[in-house]
Design a binder for this molecule. Sequence first.
Ligand code: SF4
Length: 402
Amino acid sequence: MSMDTKRNVEWEEEHYPRPLLKKRTPWMYVTAAWFFLKHLIKREARYYTKRPVDTLFFLTYRCTSRCKTCTLWQRTDKTGEMDLDDWKRAVDQSAALGAKNIELFGGDALLRKDILIPLTKYISGKPGLCSDMVTNCNLMTEKTARELVEAGLHDLWVSIDGIAEAHNAVRGRDKTFSKVEQTIQWFREFRGDSSLPLLHANTTISNLNFDSFEKVLPYAEEMGIDFIHLEYAGEFWDELLDQSVIDGIRPNPYFVRQDDKSILVNEEQARIVKAKIEQMKNDVRFMNISLQCENVDKLTIKQMVEGDCDNRRCYIARTKITIDPRGNVVGCGFYGDWVMGNIGEKPLNEIWNNKSHKRFLNHFAKRHTKLCKHCIVGVQRNPSVAQNVRDYFNRALGRARM
Ligand code: SF4
């Protein structure tokens, strides 16, 4: 299994003294502490300079899933979606600002195969730049899988929330699990002896799968997946969105409670989740797969029950360039209507850090963006220095937050 993870600043696993390994030597602690310190300094520098490190490109908002944990699929309008040349320009201008990683996201990015494959090839042809893609696999074909591997995709992320029917039930589609399985097989076959694309399974934990999510670990190992990431479900609700209107703009996140049914776990379920993860950490020591469970590790039981993500700062809005399908550079993925500018009208370097961007960050600083407290994508990406140090020691000592 490849451990070529250094380029991805969001995976902090290797800044810890490898708590998941069988043996930890004193030297491992020293090097991990050194990496951790360097990482913290670089991260703070980026925070204050607002130098972008990566991007989130919504190639389309349309989606082929009907997830119970996400509402992006309810956006069906494809008017004004950008073409390949527009996206290439976005890549060039993002790279010029410092971005190293281009996340090709949707909706279902496979609905834009016309641009997905040539864009991936374009990115991999740029020194120092790489791409990753998140997919539900519904529209993956053998030909597309081969083309993506040949185009130089660096990371493929697939969602696996359970095995077979358990996954289908969460995703709201009958055959989606078999598509995931087939996709992984194709990518394994086409990458051959190469370590790329790295294969990631992302498992979202909620009250829909709290009692069975652990089955994904042995399954993923058997399938030859390189990494499994456990993430807790994100959830916003209407009243919270009403309280988060800034300058007349209401956030439009895609993790919104559906049919008034919460997917957050209760206290008893949260304890079960924590216990299962501790068991998984033990199990994975003897397995050929890497388990990344930082997201859930950082949350206490109370925070899981309340959906409180304790975001005191937002590094995302300062270091991640988010562009919607029409070329709008937006505050973040959840404030998609906060438009700082459009790359069809102005170059990105005139949009990034402009007045609108600063105003958005100012609203966060003044705690006007109430939903940020519940922003699950910030759990790993937004910890302050103090929170990071706390989590570092917890993990180094193998202590779970409860
Ligand atoms: S913390 Fe707030 S501003 Fe930052 S990404 Fe989340 S919703 Fe957006």
